[in-house]
Design a protein around this ligand. Sequence first.
Ligand code: SF4
Length: 461
Amino acid sequence: MLQYCLVPLGCQMNLSDSERIRTVLESMGFERTDDESRADLLGIVACSVRQKAIDKVYARIHKWNQWKNRRALLTFISGCILPSDREKLLRRFDLLFTINELPQLPDMIRQYGVVTPLAGVPQQSSGEEGIPPPGIDDQSTGYWHIRPTYSSSFEAYVPIQNGCDKFCTFCAVPYTRGREVSRPSGEILAEVERLVQHGYRSITLLGQNVNSYGQDRNSQEIGFAELLRRIGQLGRRFEEPFWLYFTSPHPHDMSDEVIDVIAEYPCLAKQIHLPLQSGDDRVLIRMNRNYRVSRYHRVVEKIRATIPQATLFTDIIVGFSGETEEQFQNTVAAMRELRFNMAYVAMYSPRPGAASSRWADDVPHEEKRRRLHLLSDVLHETSGRYNRSLLGTRHTVLVEGTDRKPGYLSGRTEGRLIVRFAGDAVIEGSHAEVCITEAAPLSLTGELIGVRRPAAVGGTR
Ligand code: SF4
């Protein structure tokens, strides 16, 4: 049996793409291995966002090409690849394809003379189970028809768009993945329904800019608020509870209607991840973020007024090109006022291909580190205060797995707060009722009260 090993790097979108690549390879008869040294086919789903990820790609292919002296091996690369890197990578890898070209992968592999036992026609999601045919029938949406080989039996990512039209100056995604293309809503709803039927508890809609969903289709597709509403209605038909998340939305496109719909339907999780990036208008302009800090505050006011229990997560970059101390202090002040439950703070590093990579990276590394620590302290203050307010309250927790502490499990509330509690690993993938007994800034500890076992849990395609 021929074996493949796939190495996904980078974000959730790449992980989601990997799940579809797996389906194609396994439909050809390849068997999965995580041991690179045993694989006949080695692939990377690359990330061009950070230099570290790019370095990993070159280190890996250097090693793999050395192995080729000893045995037959085929290598491929897909994912986020800058147009300017394509030629360099093609000299090192046997195959390079964009995710849109995934349906052609079996032909590409066969052109290398690789004989596989199966035909390599991936399962199609259209035409089965009453799923309506996709709204768009062009090549660019072809890979979404392929059912993913999900890596978890209770949480799943569902891509709803590919590419981005926003052109933030620090980001290369519009150049690596191209302009925004929305996936037909019929396909998205069918995939979500199938996951719920199979007992999935946590489903995340994925896109670079999820809440501009449908805008590329000139009124031929529903918008993001309507997509959420239809999923909310679907949720009401099922007895088994599930939480539907989405990431990442853009503050510019965050409408009141989206927030109202989240408030209305119980299955739409009361957690919002809304990247702020900076709390200073001049920095936001240089980042080409297309909103002001005051706009962000208005969106958060609306969220807090409409969904008071919602938790708020964000992304922030410190030390962006030209960021002064005064501008950074505006971010500190914004973080204090906005009281995030979680903030993923990154030190700025120029990303090859992004517009800002041509500008001076002029905030010294040590200064970036100081700014990062300062924001972490602010986060700990606000999240710690919030977490302490939960002491003695009961929460439903999705059990994700065992914790580092022996005998303990780890899970997340609907608001995606981490909760640890003593329990048996057999309840992984279930909803547990937990009473909060201890609160730290970024996690909670609790006591297990009861477990709601899933009616049907199992991997699906
Ligand atoms: S919204 Fe900005 S940061 Fe997000 S993918 Fe698009 S260009 Fe990149």
